[in-house]
Design a protein around this ligand. Structure first.
Ligand SMILES: [Zn+2]
Length: 492
C-alpha cells in the first residue's frame, strides 16, 4: 500500500490561514507550482531558502508514493523594477549596464542558479518553463480576459480591471486586503495615467523604442506583465485547477493575488487549492541588504569569503542548518548558529555511519515503531523539519548507547531503524554525507608523511633523497615551502 494512504498529512494553507488535511484533486497525484527566480543576478539566499522548503516538500511527497508534477519557472522577462507596471525591466537594465544581450544575462544567471541548487542537492523540478517560451500562451489569456470584459486596452497596453473583477469576485482574498488597500506601488511614471484605477495591473505593456525585449501582439509591439507568466505556465502544465502553489511570502501581494484574479477571470474558477508561503530570512538578526553590507550570497559559504563567516562550510551543513527552522518561521543566519549546526550535522552523520557496525541482540530496548511514527508525524504536521530533526537526534542518542553496550536492538529492529534513518536523512531531508569525501584529508596526510621523510633525509645529509621528494611532489603540482616554523605545502 502506498505510504500516503497510511499517513494523513496536514499543511498550512495561506488562503484559509489554517492547517488543513491535504487532499489532492486526483488521488495519488499532485500538481505543484512554485514561482522561480528572476534571472538577472546571482541567486539570493532568500530564494534558496524558499526553493529548499519546496525541495523538502517535493521529496516528502515522493517518498509517500505520490506522483508529483513539480513546475518551477524561470522568469526571464517582464519583471519590472518596482514590481509594478512601471520602470525598467530588470533583465534589460542589467544587459544595458553590462552591454550584453538580455539573453546573455538570462543564460549567465540561470546557470548560476542551477549550480547553486546542485551544490545544495536539490532535486530538479519536473518542468522548468521560461516566461519567454510562453509568450503565445500569455497573449491567449489576455484575449480571453478582454473578451470577458475584465481587461481593457489603452495605447497598446492592456490592463486588468481590478474594480470590475471585484464586483463579483474578491480581489485580496489571499492577502486579506480590501480593495482600497490594494493599490499597486506605482510611481508617477509613464503608463500610470493610462489606468482607469490605481489598483489595475498590466497584462501587456507597449514597449518604448529603447526597450530591447519585445514581441508582437494584437495590441502592440511589447512585452507581458510579470504576473501573467505564472498563470500561463501553471495552467498549461497543471491545468485550470491544481493542488499547491508556493513561493516566498513577499509574493503574496501583488504577485499571487494577481495570479488568482487572472486565472479566475480567464477560467472561471479558483486556480489553486493550497497556497503555501515560506518566511523570510535574516543575517545576525537584521534584514539582509546589499546596501548595509549585512548580506551574504550562497556561494560565500563554500569559499568562506565573507566578513560574516569564520570558516568555509560544506553545502550539506548549510542545508542542515536551513532545515532546522520550519519553513514558516523566520530563519536567522549567523556564524555561531552555523558552527552549532555543523557539530550537530557531523554527530548525525557519524551515528548513521555507525549503524553498519552495530551488532544485533536477542532483545530490543527501544521502541523503533513509535520512534518511526514520530518521524512521520513531524513531517505530516506541515513538514515540520525541526521536529523531525529532533526525533532523528533521539535516534542518534540511542545508536550511541547501543555502541556503548547500554542499549540493544534485535536484527529486525536494527534493519527497520537503519531504513528509517536513511530515508529521512538522505531521501527526505536531502542531506549528503560529507564525511565520505575525505580525499583532501588523505592527501594532506600523505604529503605530511613525505615531508617527515624528507626531514629525516636532510638530517642524514641525504640531499639526493630530500631533493627527489621535493621535485617529485612539484611534478605532481604540490609545492613545498621551507620556513622558520618548518615545511608547509600548497597544491597548485
Ligand atoms: Zn509567479
Amino acid at each position: 500500500m502506498e505510504l500516503y494512504k497510511q499517513q494523513q498529512l496536514k499543511l498550512y494553507n495561506s488562503l484559509s490561514n489554517k492547517k488543513e488535511d491535504f487532499k489532492p484533486l486526483i488521488e495519488g497525484f499532485i500538481g505543484m507550482y512554485v514561482c522561480g527566480p528572476t534571472v538577472y543576478s546571482n541567486v539570493h539566499l532568500g530564494n534558496v531558502r524558499t526553493f529548499m522548503s519546496f525541495d523538502l516538500i517535493y521529496r516528502y511527497f515522493k517518498h509517500l508514493g505520490y506522483k508529483v508534477r513539480y513546475v518551477r519557472n524561470i522568469t526571464d522577462v517582464g519583471h519590472l523594477e518596482n514590481d509594478a507596471d512601471t520602470g525598467e525591466d530588470r533583465i534589460a537594465k542589467k544587459a544595458r549596464l553590462e552591454q550584453i544581450e538580455p539573453m546573455e544575462v538570462v543564460q549567465r544567471y540561470t546557470v548560476d542558479f542551477h549550480n547553486v541548487l546542485n551544490k545544495f542537492n536539490f532535486l530538479p523540478p519536473s518542468i522548468e518553463p521560461t516566461a519567454t517560451g510562453h509568450i503565445i500562451e500569455q497573449i491567449e489569456i489576455i484575449k480571453v480576459i478582454i473578451d470577458k470584459g475584465l481587461a481593457y486596452e489603452v495605447n497598446g497596453s492592456v490592463y486588468f480591471d481590478v474594480l470590475k473583477y471585484n464586483e463579483k469576485e474578491h480581489y485580496g482574498i489571499l492577502s486579506r486586503r480590501n480593495i482600497e488597500d490594494s493599490i499597486h506601488n506605482t510611481r508617477e511614471l509613464d503608463g500610470q495615467s493610462e489606468k482607469k484605477n490605481p489598483q489595475d495591473f498590466a497584462l501587456w505593456k507597449k514597449a518604448q523604442p529603447e526597450h530591447i525585449m519585445r514581441w508582437l501582439s494584437p495590441w502592440s509591439d511589447g512585452f507581458p506583465g510579470w504576473h501573467l507568466e505564472c498563470t500561463a505556465m501553471s495552467t498549461k502544465y497543471l491545468g485550470k485547477q491544481f493542488d499547491i502553489h508556493g513561493g516566498g511570502m513577499d509574493l503574496k501581494f501583488p504577485h499571487h493575488e494577481c495570479e488568482i484574479a487572472q486565472a479566475n477571470a480567464s477560467n472561471q474558477q479558483m486556480p489553486v487549492n493550497y497556497w503555501m508561503h515560506t518566511n523570510m530570512l535574516t543575517l545576525n538578526g537584521q534584514k539582509m541588504a546589499k546596501s548595509t553590507g549585512n548580506y551574504i550570497l550562497p556561494n560565500d559559504f563554500f569559499t568562506g569569503d565573507s566578513k560574516h563567516l569564520s570558516k568555509v562550510y560544506v553545502p550539506p551543513v548549510v542545508r542542515f542548518f536551513m532545515l532546522q527552522a520550519n519553513y514558516r518561521s523566520i530563519l536567522d543566519f549567523s556564524d555561531d548558529a552555523l558552527l552549532a549546526s555543523e557539530k550537530g550535522y557531523y554527530r548525525l552523520m557519524n551515528a548513521v555511519n555507525l549503524l553498519d557496525n552495530l551488532t544485533a541482540s536477542k532483545s530490543s530496548t527501544f521502541d523503533v515503531k513509535t520512534w518511526k511514527q514520530n518521524c512521520y508525524d513531524a513531517m505530516n504536521d506541515d513538514f515540520n523539519s525541526p521536529v523531525l530533526i529532533a526525533q532523528l537526534f533521539e535516534g542518534v542518542k540511542f545508536i550511541n548507547s547501543v555502541r556503548d553496550g547500554n542499549e540493544s536492538l534485535t536484527q529486525e529492529d536494527l534493519s527497520a531503524f537503519k531504513t528509517t534513518i536513511n530515508t529521512f536523512v538522505f531521501d527526505v531531508l536531502g542531506l549528503e554525507d560529507a564525511t565520505v569525501d575525505d580525499s583532501s584529508d588523505k592527501l594532506s596526510g600523505i604529503v605530511e608523511m613525505l615531508i617527515e621523510m624528507r626531514n629525516e633525509a636532510r638530517a642524514n645529509k641525504d640531499w639526493t633523497l630530500s631533493d627527489k621528494i621535493r621535485d617529485k611532489l612539484l611534478e605532481r603540482g604540490i609545492q613545498l615551502k621551507d620556513g622558520k616554523d618548518g615545511t608547509t605545502f600548497s597544491v597548485n
